[in-house]
Ligand binder design. Sequence first.
Ligand SMILES: O=C(O)[C@H](O)COP(=O)(O)O
Length: 607
Amino acid sequence: MAPTTDRKPRILVPEKVSADGLALLSADYEVDSRPQGVSPEELLILIPDVDALIVRSETKVTAEVLNAGSRLRVVARAGVGVDNIDVEAATAGGTIVVNSPAGNIVAAAEHTVALLLATARNVGRADRTTKEGRWERSKLVGVEVGRKTLGIVGLGKVGMKVARMMRVSKLDELPEDAWSMYAASYKLYFFFPPENLKKRFTNITLLVCIGLGMKVIAFDPYANLDLARQTGVERLVPHLTDMLPEIDFLTIHTPLLASTLDLIGEAEFKLMKPTARVLNVARGGVYNEAALLDALNKGIIAGAGLDVFTKEPPDQNTPAWELLRHDKVVATPHLGASTVEAQENVAVDVCTQVAAVLRGELPTSAVNAPLILPEEYRALKPYAKLIERMGGLYTQHFASFPASHVGVGGRHFELVYHGELAGVSNSHMVNIVNAMAVAREKGIVIREIHAHSGGGSGNEGSVYASFVTLRALAVPEGTEGQQQDREKMDGVDTGSQVIEGYVSGNNVYISRLDRFKASFSPEGTLLILHNFDEPGKNWRRGELGLKTIESAQNNAQPAQAPNLEASATKNGDEALMILGVDGDVTKEVVGDLRTTEGILNVSLVRL
Ligand SMILES: O=C(O)[C@H](O)COP(=O)(O)O
């Protein structure tokens, strides 16, 4: 990741994304919105200067793009599907990918219904021929969808919504055992006991009459039967092929994965009724386009409503291109999420997340970061910051030590979560995007330990409800040496390359650095002076340090942080002084301080 400079972070939006979302970013960031789109070549030229990229489905965020985006911290998909983003490459490069999993559910489900009805009633063809001056009533006779069977593949958010919109039109058409469920979902129990319910409500069924009156069956190996039934799915079939001979309409709501590519091909079409119609508002490729074209041409099925294609727009003379022009097909140009409302929803959702990531916070819907429940997320957020700061402090502070200092390899680490924090399962705070993967690649081993029963360093950290210890182990995990090493670390007096920290309110503090107790905020530029703690001289060293800084740099002043000093614990003859410094500190200043009498070590840490 590129170093931070004074310029505002730059956000590139190479597609049409709702202004309501972008407005959330324009005050703090430089937003380069290009609703007309950018070519792949242009994107490669622009990306090195971009901190965040917001796309829809048209921009292909390839590994090449991601590798060229040296500043890129987040790629946001203003929608659900991330198949246009190389998520693996983003993860490897430490770029967060976020999406909006809920913003366009209603739009996608409604577009499915639109295509279902348009396909059943030849709406597309009728519109075209009427505009051409023809009046072809007898050629355009359709079919009704009420009481027909709809097969849904994939009962995710959109599949469920479609099922809900299709279900029975009258209460008295419900099977007996579905009554109580239906009543519960409308909270009718509140007024009437279940045994009287049917009697009382048969006359006013229109009051709760919704849906198209279709019978819905579904295939989804991961679906929950109770939940499915509550949404109006009559039956879940164990195998996809079980439903195909029975259905009048088929709709698929899955992402495009290796397992869903060509899910419906020649063999599957052959199992369907010649009157069956198929719908695709998910992803091009879940129906094999060549097989679909063949099935329509040969009358194996009756029609298709297609919103998505394997290549958009389809190349000329491909099966997809022929499908677009086919008389039995109603086609739309990937409009599933294209409603004003859905575009506002997804734009506000992802722009909020982009701002969070650029502020250094966790997004709510990261595709390549661990899933954290909102309440866990709120509780863990300051600890994630603490650990990040501890890591920064570790690498910068200990790197300054002379080679003769305790020889810790810096490759084997333990992160120990103490107190209430230990009870949070799957905290994975060290692993925001790729930390673990990158560490592994570099041969660095990080072990996360939940120390449920106290433990820790015996240091002051233990007075806090939760605290975290970062330990660098001298020898690989599991060896006898490591055991001795850890025993040493657990003692009060010994141990080196240990950092301990805690959270108070939303602020993070370091309570131990090396073998010194401490209490300081790991923020900004810190000058850490390790010196002899001769009686009466400790502060003199501090003054000396400040003087040196001031003489080297006029604008450098101690920061207003309340804790500028941390004192020594061991032997009483050494001290650690932490100075928060406004402005920068040059190498020369650090060099001067290092050669000052009584100073044992100096490190400059920027957090
Ligand atoms: O994956 C999605 O969210 C939909 O396919 C919408 O895609 P779009 O943002 O390009 O309209």
